[in-house]
Design a protein around this ligand. Sequence first.
Ligand code: PLP
Length: 412
Amino acid sequence: MESDASTTSRALATEAVHAGREDLAGLGLHAVPIDLSTTYPSYDSRQEAARIDEFAATGARPQGPPVYARLDNPTTARFETALARLEGAASAVGFASGMAALSAVLLARASQGLRHVVAVRPLYGCSDHLLSAGLLGTEVTWTDPAGVADAIRPETGLVMVETPANPTLAEIDIRALAHSCGSVPLLVDSTFATPVLQRPLEHGARIVLHSATKYLGGHGDVLAGVVACDEEFARVLRQLRFATGGVLHPLSGYLLLRGLSTLPVRMRAAAGTAAELSRRLAADSRVAAVHYPKLGGAMVAFEVHGDPHRVIAGVRLITPAVSLGSVDTLIQHPASISHRIVAEGDRRSAGVSEQLLRMSVGLEDVDDLWADLDGALRGRSARPDRTAVHAEGRTAGPAPDGSARVPSPAVR
Ligand code: PLP
């Protein structure tokens, strides 16, 4: 959705709670309404035909009811407006997941005959895989930031980076890189930074991508992606989203908008704790290296001297799980999980060693987190009551051997 330029001078904390909601008081509402309609009635088929023609020709958001939910939705549009405002973008387009968002960008460029992508490792494992395997008919050249200008060809449609990168937290100078890209659009996956810490468009990037599943949602209960860009590219993305169907669900749009309200506060609180944990880890003899971005943020990566799998098995307060950006702290072993799909050699050369652990710091007390990490680094044994039960509610049921399975309140 296009953002309203007249309100771009407000501070980020103000936009986080007001953008996309300015009309609510006039509607007599305080909370954002959720529109779950999949279709919208109209007694005027000629007018509907004209609106469909207009969308097919331009990709502009339809005025009035969206005709059909794959075309647009008022609740998700509010989230798009808010995110565009936070990123300082003209527009934003929401998708069903971060990977759906990246797929749409790649398809958009490929559909314009620009199938070649220049990318810098590391990227999130599935993004790396999508490019390396050429699943969408694209071709990738991997290089480092200094090699980007030389890697660009006439058919290059995109330069893609993550900064800070998943999982090593390596940082890239966006302005310098944007300069090397010339007229080729630079896409920055800014999932780890969020607009609270970094606004890539202000430094010359043309496209910002988020796995909104992470900090934007912020509570581990929404899968979503979003692209912030100019309105011209947004129109292509909307047409692609309509044709391919990777839409953001309205309930997710609602939860994302709610998540944005607290994003600045959550990021600042978690980043303070992450910075302190990174200092304590750096001073610890059991830890070989700590990676914490100069930019700040709530992610910490560290390499241990001992067995990283024992650390994962030993946490009790911290949740051993992939993903990031939730209110609670998560830890995972990238070589086993988030980057497993990347070929081992490529993983290693991108700095994803077997000793590396990636931690997403949440909102818990720093001393409680440190006590848990300390215990896990000591190699404390895995909880004896840990049971692999995934069903919601974990109701007792017969085990494969026929005996009763007792649900454990300690399983998390
Ligand atoms: N980009 C980054 C940096 C990620 O960490 C992830 C997922 O972990 C993605 C993109 C993909 O997002 P999603 O899981 O929402 O599809």
